[in-house]
Design a protein around this ligand. Sequence first.
Ligand SMILES: [Mg+2]
Length: 276
Amino acid sequence: MPANPAQHALRLDDVRGFVFDVDGTLVHRGHDGRARPQPGAAEVLDRIRASGRPLVLFTNGSHIGPQAIARGLREDGLEVADDELLTPVESAISYLRRRHPGRPALVFATEVTRDRMAAAGISLAAGEEAEVVFVAHIDELDMASLERAARAVRRGAPLLTGSYAPAYAGAHGPILSRGAMVTAAIAKVGGARPRVVGKPSRAAVAEVSARLRLPASELAVIGDDVGMDIALGRLGGSRTVLVRSGITGTVSLERLPARQRPDAVVDGVADLLEWL
Ligand SMILES: [Mg+2]
């Protein structure tokens, strides 16, 4: 890795699978919430598919399911298959099955996400019996369930969260993360550190690897967020490309510790075309 990542060429022809962030990387969203595909986004995905290599889009959004997100992107002009989309809820489900099988989970999430987790075999706790707590995006919250979660965590229940970043990039400034707010409240009173299962986390690395059927070391991770996307790639030993079209914008990479820097930086995904 270069000490000073610049716009130098990076080999991607020998990478066997690709992980893309969505917002700020492949699309920007407007006031209406509709996605505007970035220049070259569709071509980059097509070029990778044509080479026979698999790809996945990993967004940290957890308010709706991956099929709904993929459908929305298709409607907005970016061709994405349902099974090319991952969210922290997929990695949470896999993590719960692997690490806490059968344990009742107190889940803070939208109705859609709760239903999806139940359908995936996660036993949803309603009351005091919770043995694990998971927080995703949530629209409504009552104090009684917040307190139940904190009590469960004080009793030793692991506290999992889709994302613990305070905010994410909206088209018109930062959008504060409700999931992070709820997680912080439970962590404070429950006296435990939350474990992230979305980007960046070992759980997310495992999820991406399982979906692409490739070791993370043979993947490239492309995104606009140093703390999320580049961190995810570095965690799994993947090649990393930062795109400047999103949240990181003009951040001075020279100021980042070497272990947080991407392997390469581009202004937008279209620049990847010549490296594929
Ligand atoms: Mg992004």
